[in-house]
Design a binder for this molecule. Structure first.
Ligand code: G
Ligand code: G
Ligand code: MN
Ligand code: NA
Length: 256
């Protein structure tokens, strides 16, 4: 079968699943958020990561249905975690939104409906959008971002630094969080230039009231260096890999 046919069947058959990767506060290493990451339990090929299907889904339009499912499922799961443990350190779930999904005329209304349906508070949701989205049809994007933030939903720029936008341009975008791409973090311990660049981005972001999440932290030294720069949040294999939902509560119980 062709991939696009399979993708549409997969939505109907509920073959998609979510893993969640912890996002920690660097100062005390508490898990304050989780990023939802989609996987496809393919009938013959086994468990597939986004690399194998997100691009095809974006091209065929299937990503709109997949994205709607991801948003609803992530919010239902998050509301369940909050209900099960009122003392959880978890404050938000981060959900990737594809450009095509975001550009849907009724995207803001889809988010509003998903929150109501899951009985979830808007503050619990962080939407991750890409730099490339922000660079195209800026007017519609800005308008929708304003509406989402007026609702109480926060917005992050994912993979920041891999595109062409500058921080000064981004400041005109109503966003709350920068997710600094792993490629920036990889060499901070071995390259003085790379260290200086990340340090400057973190400082400037702070002055612009943007929170920074450093992605792809794999070593304790990277965590310490980022903390010393004033970067408050991190994500990466050093803390945890993407996990199945059952493994999250053990990581988010506050120390009592
Ligand atoms: O899951 P992995 O850990 O391999 O993620 C790879 C990439 O796939 C990530 O960079 C992320 O941007 C993208 N991705 C993961 N989950 C989703 C999703 O639910 N929707 C979209 N649009 N992209 C996702
Ligand atoms: O949306 P985004 O591109 O940020 O998705 C995060 C991707 O990065 C996922 O594919 C996730 O599995 C991966 N990832 C998260 N932490 C690490 C890490 O420390 N090292 C590597 N190599 N990949 C990571
Ligand atoms: Mn992401
Ligand atoms: Na990223």
């Amino acid at each position: 079968l062709e991939m696009r046919t399979q993708l549409h069947e997969a939505i109907e058959d509920e073959q998609f699943m979510l893993q969640y990767q912890p996002i920690v506060e660097l100062a005390d290493q508490r898990v304050t958020g989780v990023e939802a990451l989609v996987r496809w339990q393919h009938p013959t090929r086994g468990l597939l990561g986004p690399f194998h299907f997100v691009e095809a889904a974006e091209e065929s339009g299937a990503i709109v249905g997949i994205g709607a499912w991801v948003l609803g499922e992530a919010l239902r799961q998050f509301a369940a975690w909050k209900a099960a443990d009122p003392d959880t350190t978890l404050r938000y779930v981060s959900v990737n939104v594809s450009p095509r999904q975001f550009r849907a005329a009724d995207f803001v209304e889809q988010v509003r409906a998903a929150l109501i349906e899951a009985d979830a508070r808007p503050e619990w949701l962080l939407l991750e959008i890409t730099e490339s989205l922000v660079l195209k049809d800026a007017d519609k994007v800005v308008q929708d971002l304003r509406a989402l933030r007026a609702m109480g939903v926060r917005v992050a720029i994912d993979d920041f630094g891999t595109g062409y936008s500058s921080l000064s341009y981004l400041r005109q975008m109503p966003v709350d969080v920068l997710k600094l791409d792993k490629s920036f973090i990889d060499d901070i311990l071995t390259s003085r230039q790379q260290h200086a660049l990340v340090d400057a981005i973190v400082t400037l972001a702070g002055n612009l009231d943007l929170a920074v999440v450093a992605e792809g932290i794999e070593e304790p030294g990277q965590m310490l260096a980022l903390d010393a720069m004033g970067c408050h949040y991190g994500q990466g294999y050093h803390f945890a890999r993407p996990l199945w939902p059952a493994d999250i509560p053990a990581m988010t119980a506050s120390v009592r």
